[in-house]
Design a protein around this ligand. Structure first.
Ligand SMILES: [Zn+2]
Length: 146
């Protein structure tokens, strides 16, 4: 199973196995559960992860290369340079800059918070409700179970 995860990692933005569920949630938390571009909150949209530098341009799947984007912004941007797309939204360039400058230690905190949410039945129910509306990548998180 670990091998399969290794092989799939990074192959498919929309596919199942490329990021752990707690890390995905940690990134959403870091970005205030809102799209970094249009600021729409998770309650009102479907969140996705967007690569700052796209996979096709050699961007990694590491957290400094991932920002929270609503499905609409993610699909509108496609492979446009992030600075060009962010320029369409007031303050988005700064939000992207803040997101990608988060330190490793801060990300550990967000990840611990995410793990705690998954362990709490009430919080987990909220996450599951978001997942039910989410892109296929978050819906299929059962595939990431350790
Ligand atoms: Zn958006």
């Amino acid at each position: 199973m670990a091998k399969a995860n290794e092989n799939n990692r990074g192959n498919n933005r929309n596919g199942s196995n490329w990021i752990r569920k707690d890390l995905r949630l940690a990134i959403y938390l870091r970005d205030n559960m809102t799209c970094v571009f249009c600021k729409t909150h998770a309650d009102n949209t479907t969140l996705t992860l967007d690569h700052v530098v796209s996979r096709s341009e050699g961007g990694s799947n590491g957290t400094p290369n991932l920002v929270t984007a609503c499905r609409s912004c993610n699909s509108s941007r496609q492979d446009m340079p992030i600075a060009d797309f962010a320029a369409r939204f007031d303050g988005a360039a700064q939000r992207v800059a803040n997101a990608i400058s988060t330190t490793r230690i801060e990300m550990v905190d967000y990840r611990n918070t995410a793990k705690g949410m998954y362990a709490d039945p009430i919080e987990k129910a909220k996450i599951d409700a978001m997942r039910a509306r989410a892109s296929c990548s978050w819906k299929s998180e059962h595939a990431w179970r350790k």
